[in-house]
Design a protein around this ligand. Structure first.
Ligand code: FAD
Ligand code: SIN
Length: 541
């Protein structure tokens, strides 16, 4: 089965939906998404979206805060242009009906770690859900956007797939769409398009504990890598310092850990050990509001020192009604699990949260593959450097989705794009797979390995150990993949393995500790003196 369209958008988070909306102003769009359309990292975003709104704030301050958090590795031009474009894109969100929380006529701007000013627009503590609601509503009003749910992209269509012609991976030049598995009836559909936007979000599920939902299996990073697209800085995985600790956090929250927003610390939340002692002053003068890498490492160090399972976030000195007013979702969720955050300390631990690296895109959202564009968490724009500043992710996704739409307009109007005859998906000789349990075991093995050896604190030995284990699982999985009819779980497992490989490989390349990458073998921050991105490309290496 095949479908033709002008532009294929893969993913229905903020990046995919906003790109689709803008592209629909001049072209037809098919948007595929692997589960239901709202299920995305975006939908779980709590704290908000950073932008310069307060007249006392300035672009210079937002830029400076972003560069400081990024630990010397941000692309200054990318940061400056994103920050300056921010207020316009926020207006776009408001125009489509996004309701940000206000006090009187003014926005209630919150403060988060690493920000020198209060500049976070939010909708109580359910900002992502509100943005997703408004975007889906607008997209559904467009007749020329077709949304396919339960449709998982398998691989990009490139020179590789030209009918009757074999080309090697290093020679890829163009992207003409993707193969999509329709999981509702198990059919692979070939969607050809003049331009393709990858907006597949993050990869948190690579780790045992993550704030990301089950969809975040790094599919876009892996598809791009397999197609020979340049990716970079994969070692910079952001661990959020404060996810809710329960004995079975993964099963309590459907495969993810529940986030306790950084805005809680911005509101005055204090971190305490099990014994009730404050500890952040021993790590950074900014204490609870230091950037995330510092707070997560401090918690990790306290846990290891004391052998405790968690530390505690304390809001009990704040007024009950203020807490409930600002954080209704966190309040009710914790209450369901036996913690009244107005009276009890909240048990918290770090969890994998965000990928700062990804597909390299330029200021216009172009990847190294002609016809392939990308925006959102799957990208490496240069904005986050070695550590993302809180609430800059939604902003980055919005800004780059808008730019992708502008660049694609020139691409498809400016030249006569001829799509060659491309092969249909070929699964002859493959069998249905009746040993799904093997996939589950490998899934768990990857997640445990990455958590144990490629986490907040790394070393050469740990990385080497992880590389060997992931390599074994890779070989087993590829063998199975070649003889099996595709299904969702095997696709996701392959993608988790590819992402793990790229994270480990980049981490091994970085012979220093910087931002989110901390290694015991090169413990002095910024020790190499040479500031470089770790660029990977899947050519015969
Ligand atoms: P997503 O929103 O994750 O969307 C990806 C989409 O791609 C999904 O629809 C998914 O189903 C689809 N997809 C994936 N693979 C495939 C495939 N193979 N085929 C088809 N579809 C596919 N950032 C902030 O700036 N502020 C915050 O307050 C904030 N809070 C957060 C709280 C939580 C709990 C989490 C997890 C993240 C938070 N972040 C926050 C980060 C931010 O939410 C994400 O980085 C951002 O939403 C990513 O948007 P996206 O559109 O790139 O990806
Ligand atoms: C949070 O609310 O703490 C998440 C903010 C972010 O990831 O930027």
């Amino acid at each position: 089965m095949s479908i033709k369209t002008d532009v294929l958008v893969i993913g229905s988070g903020i990046a995919g939906l906003f790109a689709a909306l803008k592209i629909s102003e001049y072209a037809d769009v098919v948007l595929v998404t692997k589960k239901n359309k709202a299920e995305s990292n975006t939908n779980y975003a709590q704290g908000g979206i950073a932008s310069v709104i307060d007249p006392k704030d300035s672009f210079e301050k937002h830029v400076a805060d972003t560069l400081i958090a990024g630990a010397g590795l941000c692309d200054k031009e990318a940061v400056e242009s994103m920050v300056k474009e921010g207020p316009e894109r926020i207006k776009d969100l408001i125009e489509i009906g996004t309701k940000f929380t206000k006090i009187g006529d003014s926005f209630d701007l919150a403060r988060e770690g690493g920000h020198s000013m209060s500049r976070i627009l939010h909708s109580k503590d359910l900002t992502g859900q509100e943005i997703e609601r408004a975007l889906i509503h607008s997209v559904e009003e467009k007749n020329n956007i077709k949304i396919y749910e339960d449709a998982i992209a398998i691989d990009l269509l490139t020179e590789h797939n030209i009918f009757n012609e074999a080309k090697s991976i290093g020679e890829n030049k163009n992207c003409w769409g993707a193969y999509i598995l329709d999981t509702s009836n198990n059919v692979v559909v070939k969607i050809t398009a003049k331009a393709t936007v990858l907006a597949t979000g993050g990869l948190g599920q690579v780790y045992l504990h993550t704030t990301n939902p089950l969809i975040a299996t790094g599919d876009g990073f892996a598809m791009a890598y397999r197609a020979g697209v340049e990716i970079a800085n994969m070692e910079f995985i952001q661990f959020h310092p404060t996810s809710f600790f329960t004995k079975n956090s993964n099963s309590d929250f459907d495969g993810r850990s529940f986030l306790i927003s950084e805005a809680v610390r911005g509101f005055g939340g204090l971190l305490r050990t099990k014994g009730g002692n404050l500890f952040m002053m021993n790590y950074d003068p900014r204490k609870e509001l230091a950037p995330r890498d510092i707070v997560a490492r401090a918690i990790d160090s306290e846990l290891k020192k004391r052998g405790d399972e968690c530390v505690y976030l304390d809001l009990t000195h704040k007024k009950s009604q203020d807490i409930i007013h600002h954080f209704p979702n966190i309040y009710t969720t914790c209450l369901k699990h036996g913690i009244d955050i107005t009276k009890d300390f909240i048990p918290v631990v770090p969890a994998a949260h965000y990928a700062c690296g990804g597909i390299v895109v330029n200021l216009r959202g172009q990847t190294s593959l002609n016809g392939l564009y990308a925006s959102g968490e799957v990208t490496m724009t240069g904005v986050h450097g070695a550590n993302r500043l809180a609430s800059n992710s939604l902003l980055e996704a919005l800004v780059y989705a808008f730019r992708c739409a502008g660049t694609i307009k020139e691409h498809i109007n400016g030249s006569d794009i001829k799509i060659p005859e491309l092969s249909d998906w070929d699964d002859s000789g493959t069998l249905s797979h009746d040993e799904k349990v093997l996939i589950t075991h490998s899934f768990n093995e990857v997640k445990q390995t990455m958590w144990d050896y490629v986490g907040i604190v790394r070393s050469d030995l740990r990385l080497e150990r992880a590389a060997k284990r992931i390599h074994n699982i890779y070989n087993e999985t590829e063998e199975l993949y070649k003889k099996t009819r595709v299904f969702k779980e095997i696709l996701e497992l392959r993608n988790l393995i590819t992402c793990s490989h790229t994270i480990i490989k980049s981490a091994k390349m970085r012979k220093e500790s910087r931002g989110l990458h901390y290694t015991l073998d090169y413990p002095n921050l910024y020790s190499s003196g040479k500031i470089e991105n770790t660029v990977l490309k899947n050519v015969k290496e």
